[in-house]
Ligand binder design. Structure first.
Ligand code: FES
Length: 79
C-alpha cells in the first residue's frame, strides 16, 4: 500500500476552530490501528483558506470544515 500523507493546518485560525482536537484524534487513531507505516501525519502552516477551516490536506487534496465524523470517513476511505 502506498503511504498516505495527512497534513493538518496548524495556523492559528484552523487550530482554534478544531484542528487541535482533530490532530489528537488522528494521532490516537493511527496509534490504535497501527497505521504508522501507512499514514504520515504532518503539521502545516496557514494555507490562507482560514474562512473554511479547520482545513486538512489528505494526499494534497483539501478537506474543509473537518470534524471527527469527517475524519473517520476519510480514514476509512484510505485504509
Ligand atoms: S489557519 Fe488554516 S488556512 Fe489559515
Amino acid at each position: 500500500m502506498t503511504k498516505h500523507s495527512i497534513k493538518v493546518c496548524m495556523g492559528s485560525s484552523c487550530f482554534a476552530r478544531g484542528n487541535l482536537e482533530n490532530l489528537s484524534f488522528l494521532e490516537n487513531y493511527i496509534k490504535e490501528n497501527n497505521l504508522d507505516a501507512d499514514i504520515e501525519l504532518v503539521g502545516g502552516l496557514c494555507q490562507e483558506k482560514c474562512s473554511t477551516g479547520p482545513n486538512i490536506y489528505v494526499d494534497e487534496v483539501l478537506h474543509s470544515e473537518v470534524n471527527q465524523d469527517k475524519l473517520k470517513d476519510i480514514l476509512k476511505s484510505l485504509v
